[in-house]
Design a protein around this ligand. Sequence first.
Ligand code: ADP
Ligand code: MG
Length: 693
Amino acid sequence: MPATHPLPEPRKQGGPQAALIKLGLGRDIDLALHLPLRYEDETRIVKLRDARDGDMAQIEATVTACDIAYRPRRQLVVTVDDGSDTCVLRFFSFYPSQQKALAVGTRVRVRGELKGGFLGWQMIHPSFKPAAGELATALTPVYSASASLPQAYLRKAVLASLVRADLSDTFPPGVTQALKPTVWGLREALAFLHQPPPDVALATLEDRNHPAWQRLKAEELLAQQLSQLQSKRGREVLRAPALAAMPRGLHEQLLAALPFDLTGAQRHVGEEIARDLGRRIPMHRLLQGDVGSGKTVVAALAAAIAIDAGWQGALMAPTEILAEQHFRKLIGWLEPLFAPSGLRVAWLTGSQKKKERSQMLVLVASGEAALVVGTHAVIQEQVQFKKLGLAIIDEQHRFGVAQRLALRAKMHEAGHEPHLLMMSATPIPRTLAMSYYADLDVSTIDELPPGRTPVVTKLIADGRRDEVTERIKAQVGQGRQVYWVCPLIEESEALDLTNATATHEALSAALPGVTVGLLHSRMPVQEKKAVMSLFTGGRMGVLVSTTVIEVGVDVPNASLMVIEHAERFGLSQLHQLRGRVGRGAAASACILLYSAGEAGRLGETARARLKAMAQTADGFEIARRDLEIRGPGEFLGARQSGAPLLRFADLATDSLLLEWARELAPRMLDRHASLAQKHIGRWLGGKSEYLKA
Ligand code: ADP
Ligand code: MG
């Protein structure tokens, strides 16, 4: 290519400094808090005679042979002798320079894992250097490194950071006395963990009960509690409209018009929400309740209070199908009651026609729309509320951090803060609620509406599909409806589709006279809606779908749920899917079809999930097991993407430290405000923004 246009000067990118910043290790303090993954002991030379099979050992020996062998594959084979025994070193990839450095007669210091065996000691790909120089005086830390961030560079950078960083104590005096074992100061703890003295046993370092470890965990948990409490207090000085239900107003009318009585749990959480709405402090509440526990009506009642008080409500759902279902339900409940006032329920979604959309936007801006229901289209820029008083997010964990931040920004536009109600069918286990969600108030619906029969869950091997088809026939014969969910194949949407299409064809053929529908995420929205409305209207016996129906769909007449390749689904997801049935009075069942795969057996976690599903229908128990199986990082999923997860503390074992931090945080914010700020800044730096999402 002719160089007529000189290329712009390449910007210096990459390199270890950039890699550090990318990993969030840009500040000295971040590096100081970047603890080793493990340690290597280079302080000692081991005699082969004294070594045990499997030891990570450092030996010092003389090379007695160095040859390239070609069988079974090309390799450098080096024999060394340390006077007590010999050891063979094997290198499958090597440079000529390394071969030279291992010339016969050279004295080398070699580190690696010792394997004993019929032919004597061996090490595969050990590290080695000339046997000169002092032995290390401390255990050698090993950090998680990468090609762009070499171990040696990281070690140096961490050591330098320990000297430069401000490691002064941020704990107020006397606060650690209640902790056992006693915790160390931060500076000594970090020095110890980065550069352990040679006499320390490796086991002590790996044991996270060591006082040095305790200190770091206490620090981390305290930072988490402080920042969440701070964001909570920050919210509490903001002003929201005080929303009170009017006597004989919409709230009462809606209650009276409902075709059922609220459960005790629904009444209880409704009161909690109403109390929050009546205050000038913006509500920040999570409403959790198992699938089918009736959260929607609680949300509608909250919206009715806002509307009563002359404000607007917004309800945002993660998928179009779910949003539409809410829309229909809410229109049905509310618009008859609006009749005299001319208020409306508006509908906003991405797939909407331009004309309809602009009509809706006018309704929203004029305040004629008392309630706006939709997908994340509700928080887009063009949407201007007249008086937004209450925002409700359904299935909040399905929204990304960015979307939740956008909602917050939108809410601020109004110049006041609306109340915020988040809903989730995935209950948060207590320890997580206390740590990651400490800034939330939580209401729990712990009771299902009466008349539900528990869903019977069966595990059936994929080879017995015919039996399943028979069951479907029986259900449809009784006028019931059936969901058939096809697996999520993460790598390929196209494969998802093939699978669902094939199942759809097979079922259509096996069930003559039954309407079998197909629903998948690639279908145009209008088509999806058409299929859903046939199913909700009872004019479709079987609905084959990919996981698009996962959240919130409510068809009480559906009594059988078949989940194909159930072993591929996550536990919470399975539970949510199962929650689509058992919503009416009919006895319902959920069949988990599994296939053992090529190895002929299920993986361990897949088995644990299916077992949990068969054993319990309790959402809280499911969530607890899910947390156990997946760990908090995965469990929290979207909410915490980019957010600081706990690195050192383990909620399962450090609940005492968590309690300690929870108790200390408010006192510290009150009485040692500057220490508290320093502590938050040290641990969270710029990351605390995410905690507000
Ligand atoms: P979820 O909590 O999973 O969002 P929904 O709000 O969709 O549950 O409610 C599930 C079904 O239960 C709906 O059909 C709803 O109308 C019905 N329902 C809600 N509350 C009650 C109640 N107290 N008694 C009877 N049915 C109820
Ligand atoms: Mg719901």
